[in-house]
Design a protein around this ligand. Structure first.
Ligand SMILES: Cc1cc2nc3c(=O)[nH]c(=O)nc-3n(C[C@H](O)[C@H](O)[C@H](O)COP(=O)(O)OP(=O)(O)OC[C@H]3O[C@@H](n4cnc5c(N)ncnc54)[C@H](O)[C@@H]3O)c2cc1C
Length: 512
């Protein structure tokens, strides 16, 4: 989950002519590598998603600012053929006639200052997330609550007031606002730096939030069970595929913080593509990293599909357990197992302007909203669980044809789609993701630094898991790496005054 300044485009490495010769976006490299004497520092970043692409960008930003590290070379590896970790698709696989539809992460919000700023600086186009055609909450058998406006408008709708009263929405709003206020300190000139996420959590006064489920925490704040099991759970299920009584309250608050919800026209991956382009790192796509082993000279040998290479430092920017990278046991033992929510995404086009009411066995006069969210409450009380976490219309793709996105725990069959949309289904595309970490209440997190000069960006994910927070986690890791190896932080050597601290909408990492 998911704040604006337009600056002149910064030539990120223009001030330093770096000795980078390998073209941007090498698709794969066939020639065997000659292992050169490691005469200048080299950093390997594994993963070209939000975490890895932004890590390369932060290093470039530091190079731009001060000398001493301008000789550092950065290699980014990704086993995918594309940048961004998530991708877009085109209805009917036709990019000429149809616009891109996000298959993975779609939304960032105004409090996500790194991505918001990147969109402005990189001249990308931000698109408001529009869902004004109504929102409803389905429990598997009944439509419990609907608004004629969008999901984001429920807070102050008269209908919400009638159903949930005044105090529960108000207290929930205060809880979310206070979380956002703390979150924004991560961009301030004196932004915290952390080598331990438990300590960070404590310094932000979030220990109570991460150690309790969203339901427990909100109940303790006097929020009613009805409000929690309906509106709050609808948002934890659509954003994280988890119920409010299972997911910790910090992530619960993040799923309730939609102000300024936006996406990038043409696909959010462009932000990460630009991060890498501006970093001038060497990018190796279609290249799996297979193992990382230490050398006796305190360096790391990385074995990938392109051969072996020696590095001064490693930044792992992918969920370790899914990478299948072999590392020494004293490193792997420091990363606790982390289950992920396995999510089925089904995209389809339909000529039905909304799901027909009879598909839900409701009277034909019932108007089914364009965004259907769900609660587990029916199943808790012995009913059946909804077949989907969310089902939402995402606008017209051509005259009289809409695109719909369904998130579900299980595969959605063609038979179910036909039944649901009264046989009016055109294009269908399915994708499975290990989408987000399972986020139960906790008090411990993986280490940020796994060994000397070996850093783990995704240690942040069990705390908060979004595209933006991965850019914050990578900023922190890069700052730590620069301090460890170059006696300098992301904003310069210790003691260097920070620039522009009085600037309106200052963003640490961009403006220092
Ligand atoms: C359907 C869906 C919807 C979502 N919605 C949102 C949303 O609306 N807003 C939001 O902020 N977040 C959302 N998220 C979560 C968001 O996508 C993640 O938090 C974020 O992308 C994680 O970034 P990352 O860089 O850590 O990991 P990833 O994006 O997973 O990147 C890791 C990269 O590492 C590469 N890799 C892995 N192993 C190896 C290896 N051995 N060698 C080389 N490369 C390797 C992978 O190919 C991948 O590209 C959503 C996720 C999904 C799946």
């Amino acid at each position: 989950m998911r704040i604006r300044l337009v600056l002149a485009l910064l030539p990120v490495v223009g001030a330093f002519q770096l000795p980078f010769k390998i073209p941007f976006f090498s698709q794969s490299v066939q020639q065997p590598l000659v292992q050169p004497a490691n005469s200048r520092p080299k950093i390997a970043i594994i993963g070209a998603g939000a975490g890895g692409a932004s890590a390369a960008f932060w290093i470039a930003k530091a190079k731009e600012r001060f000398g001493g590290i301008d000789e550092v070379e950065v290699d980014v590896y990704d086993k995918n053929s594309y940048i961004g970790g998530r991708t877009v698709v085109y209805p009917y696989d036709d990019s000429t006639n149809f616009s891109a539809v996000e298959l993975g992460a779609s939304i960032f919000v105004k409090a996500n200052k790194n991505i918001w700023r990147a969109v402005d600086e990189f001249n990308l186009t931000r698109r408001d997330f529009r869902d004004e055609n109504g929102m409803g909450i389905w429990d598997g058998e009944k439509l419990l609550f609907t608004t004629s406006g969008g999901w984001w408008s429920w807070w102050d709708s008269a209908k919400a007031l009638l159903r949930y009263g005044f105090h529960s929405p108000r207290r929930t709003q205060q809880f979310v606002d206070s979380m956002i206020d703390k979150f924004l300190t991560l961009y301030a000139p004196d932004a915290p730096k952390w080598d331990n996420i438990t300590h960070l959590s404590s310094s932000l006064n979030w220990t109570d939030l991460v150690s309790q489920s969203t339901s427990e925490y909100l109940q303790s704040q006097g929020v009613s069970n009805k409000f929690i099991s309906e509106l709050v759970e609808a948002s934890t299920r659509v954003n994280y595929g988890q119920n409010a009584d299972k997911i910790h309250a910090l992530e619960g608050a993040c799923s309730l913080a939609p102000t300024g919800a936006s996406s990038v026209e043409g696909g959010n991956f462009q932000v990460f593509e630009q991060f890498l382009k501006r970093s001038q790192a060497n990018v190796y796509l279609n290249t799996s990293v297979n193992s990382i082993t230490p050398t006796t000279a305190n360096q790391w040998v990385l074995d990938s599909d392109r051969g072996s290479e020696t590095y001064t430092a490693i930044i792992l920017a992918a969920p370790y357990h899914s990478t299948k990278i072999r590392v020494p046991t004293d490193i792997s033992s420091r990363i606790p197992p982390q289950p992920y929510v396995h999510l089925h995404v089904t995209l389809l086009s339909t000529t039905q302007p909304s799901v027909p009411a009879q598909s839900f066995s409701l009277p034909s006069s019932t108007k089914i909203p364009a965004m259907l969210l769900t609660t587990f409450e029916g199943a808790r009380n012995g009913g059946k669980e909804p077949e989907f976490n969310s089902l939402s219309y995402h606008g017209l793709i051509s005259e009289g044809e809409w695109v719909v996105k369904i998130f579900s725990k299980k595969r959605i069959s063609n038979k179910w789609l036909s039944k649901m949309f009264d046989n009016q289904v055109g294009w269908v595309l399915r994708k499975e993701w290990d989408a987000y970490p399972v986020l139960p209440p906790t008090s411990s997190f993986p280490d940020v630094k796994l060994a000397p000069n070996f850093y783990y960006v995704n240690s942040f994910e069990p705390f908060i898991s979004t595209m933006e927070t991965q850019t914050l986690a990578s900023r922190n890791v890069v700052d730590m790496l620069l301090k460890d190896s170059f006696d300098s932080g992301i904003c310069g050597p210790a003691g260097t005054p920070l620039n522009d601290t009085e600037k309106e909408d200052y963003v640490f990492g961009w403006d220092c």
